[in-house]
Write a protein that binds this ligand. Structure first.
Ligand SMILES: [Zn+2]
Ligand SMILES: [Zn+2]
Length: 377
């Protein structure tokens, strides 16, 4: 885009980040019961659930609690002692808010309406503490799942939790399908239905990284096709080890998420609409069992490229995925349109149909079609 005189309009550069304290100082400030109590009180205030939230009088009826309110909420006996602890939190976790910058600056002007608010870091840490992220270890005995095992097809899948980590496994063939974290609050608040929450949680994390945003820190995410490394068994059954994986890495915090390529495509509009046209909601399929209808074929080794095919009834959708995990092309085919065979024929017929679409592909060469067979098993 250019302006009339031919010069590009100035692009506002982001403000340089401002480091308000060293990590060791910031965490040291938390090592005290009184200060933990202050953060807890501040969080209750922020959420409007403080002890006096329903009946705040005119003095306290304002956006930010004052020193005296926080002091009263504490067990500290002297205000001087309390002031010391409060000051330790100001900077990394608390911000002083004066009357001028307060939303209700007209409350009074005698200097008593200085208050405190949580900084971004203060709110993050207070919520993490409140929800047990740093303190709770949650185990849950196995819960049976509705879906059959995608490998042996027995009704023997369970999900269990150990130390905030959920494992989905089959009791019949003893394969482990997934092992991923779920925060303690998720395990505790959802009770017996934690597997559904676990599915939603990771589905949305996957969707977020697919959109280029890190679920841990919101940083920029790099996406690419990779060959699975021996160390990464988190989302990939051993039987799929010859397959390519989708890998998402945050450039800021290093969080890395890997998944089968098919799983990374579940929110693609072509996939969503394909399922919808067949009376199904792909969002209802749990991550540990997106179905037998998926197959993938490595089309090129350098650069890596893969074709992922999903088949429903007589219809086939093919997605061509490049090394950066972009879907560069989609194709639809129908058994009844492309063959003389009876439309009632199933399975192999439809897979055959997808093979005919290769003529139009735009990415790389195709070398290893045997991969698709493994996926279809
Ligand atoms: Zn099984
Ligand atoms: Zn990150």
């Amino acid at each position: 885009m250019s302006t009339e005189d031919g010069e590009d309009p100035p692009v506002a550069a982001p403000e340089p980040s401002d480091r308000v304290s060293d990590p060791s100082d910031a965490f040291q400030a938390l090592g005290n019961e009184v200060r933990m109590g202050i953060l807890e009180t501040m969080l209750e205030w922020t959420d409007g659930v403080g002890a006096d939230a329903g009946e705040r009088d005119s003095e306290s009826d304002r956006a930010h609690p004052s020193f005296s309110m926080l002091f009263e909420a504490s067990d500290v006996e002297t205000s001087a002692g309390f002031a010391y602890h409060l000051d330790e939190l100001v900077g990394p976790y608390l911000r002083k808010v004066s009357a001028e910058s307060s939303a209700d600056a007209d409350a009074d002007t005698d200097g008593t309406n200085e208050g405190y608010e949580l900084t971004y870091a203060g709110e993050q840490i207070a919520r993490a503490i409140a929800t047990g992220t740093y303190t709770q270890r949650v185990d849950h005995p196995p819960v049976p799942l509705e879906d059959d095992c995608p490998f042996c097809e027995h009704d023997a899948l369970t999900a269990r939790a150990s130390d905030n980590r959920v494992t989905v496994a089959c009791g019949h063939c003893e394969r482990r399908l997934l092992r991923l974290d779920l925060p303690p609050a998720g395990l505790e608040s959802h009770g017996e239905s934690f597997p559904a929450a676990f599915d939603r949680y990771h589905r949305h994390r996957l969707s977020l990284v697919r959109d280029g945003v890190c679920p841990a820190c919101s940083g920029e995410v790099d996406a690419r096709l990779v060959r699975p490394s021996p160390a990464t068994d988190d989302l990939l059954p051993a039987e799929h080890a010859i397959h390519l994986q989708a890998e998402f890495t945050c450039s800021c915090c290093g969080t890395t998420l890997r998944s089968p390529v098919a799983l990374s495509l579940l929110s693609h509009p072509a996939v969503v609409s394909f399922y919808y046209e067949h009376g199904q909601a792909v969002s209802e399929r749990p991550l540990w069992n997106v179905g037998h209808e998926w197959a993938e074929t490595v089309l090129s080794e350098d650069p890596l490229a893969v074709r992922v095919v999903v088949e429903l009834e007589d219809d086939v959708l093919a997605l061509y995925v490049d090394e950066r995990l972009n879907v560069v092309e989609t194709q639809r085919a129908s058994v009844s349109e492309t063959t003389e065979a009876d439309a009632a024929d199933e399975g192999d017929e439809a897979v055959e149909t997808t093979e005919t679409t290769e003529a139009d592909e735009t990415v790389g060469t195709h070398e290893t079609d045997d991969a698709a067979e493994t996926a279809a098993q």
